[in-house]
Write a protein that binds this ligand. Structure first.
Ligand SMILES: [Zn+2]
Length: 83
């Protein structure tokens, strides 16, 4: 009986611990993943969802032009149809 109690506690504890241990900082805005909606983890770098949006908007605005493939993907993501 006691074993069961310990096991369930450890499971709960390690699960809660996982979230706090995986503290990642956005490489762009330096905010921890606890302060941003989502964090995309890459090899050695991280980018939060807000910086991703800023980066995408910046690239689109800077280039002004997108390939047809990129436009298709964006249309799918945003649900925008220009046709
Ligand atoms: Zn960020």
């Amino acid at each position: 009986m006691e074993d069961k109690k310990v096991v369930s506690f450890e499971k709960k504890h390690s699960k809660a611990n996982d979230k706090t241990q995986e503290l990642e900082y956005c490489s762009f805005c330096k905010r921890p993943n606890t302060q941003v909606p989502k964090m995309v983890k890459g090899p050695g770098v991280n980018i939060c969802s807000e910086c991703t949006l800023i980066a995408v908007q910046y690239l689109i605005l800077q280039d002004g032009l997108m390939s047809a493939e990129a436009q298709k993907i964006l249309d799918l993501l945003w649900g925008v149809s220009k046709k």
